[in-house]
Ligand binder design. Sequence first.
Ligand SMILES: [Fe+2]
Length: 164
Amino acid sequence: MEEIIKKLNILLSDLQVERANLQAMHWNLQGCHSFITFHNYFNTLYDYNSIHIDAIAEFIRIYRGTPIVSLSKYVRRASLEELTQESDYSAEACIDKAFVDADLILSQLPQIFDATTSELDIGDYMATMQADYGKRLWFLRSSMKETKEEKKEETLDENPPVED
Ligand SMILES: [Fe+2]
């Protein structure tokens, strides 16, 4: 049981840092043609994080552990890097960062599947999270192409082809 509690506390820490990062991107995003779409999308994602955070903390209690509650401990335990006021909040940087964070969270879930016991199974919730994170990666991957194309269009606008 110790092993799963430890893994869940690391996942909880990563989810908290990811949530803070998504909120920072929701607030500070700039220079994007689809500002409202991404402003709202980051909001939707951090709302989902709040649900996952609560569920994971409650699983820790079900397994008779204690969820970490300290913000400084979340940052120390998390493998995700936190954003700061000085971070790059261009659409491209935000989408890349959201992708990297979601990918790191998704990569932890199989280990938790492996560590679960049959009588108090967290497997169903891990499957729900995998579906959510799979969808995030798909949406963000597709959006990366869009923002790169937007950037290409902007460059073309700034440098119109020279006519003879
Ligand atoms: Fe808001």
